[in-house]
Design a protein. Sequence first.
Length: 159
Amino acid sequence: MGVIMKNEKIELYIRSVIQVLPKKMRKYVKNELQNMIFEMLKKRCGENDPDECDIRVVLAELDEPVKMAEKYSPYPLALISGTYYVGYLITVKIVLISVVFGISLASLIEYFTNNGIVWYMCILYWIGRLIPGLFLSFGIVTLVFAILEKLKYIKQKDN
């Protein structure tokens, strides 16, 4: 049964799980997964040596590698998880639309109040203000939600 643990599919599955985990956890999780798979194969095959089909079935019974890694991970694997994700998307849309509206309104006011500006220069100024404004507002919203996610994790850890 010890030869089974050197199976390519098992090693690939374990590698896929541990590659996203912190380095200090990898050895522990690797050993735990090997033992879990070994026990599942032992339960399925008894004293007989498992074949490739048995190994595939056992690996199919386990979660996908990313989901399995999330179970072992001490922190969320996503910057913004499902709890805040819908609110994040709505907030990003509202903020980006507001930035486009605000910069457009300011550019229109500038065009009509400044008699010496040519219309195509006003459009170039508008583009020059819009692009960094959109990037900055997107970044700030993402940063705020990432901090909220981290605070939620810290709060859960304390409880």
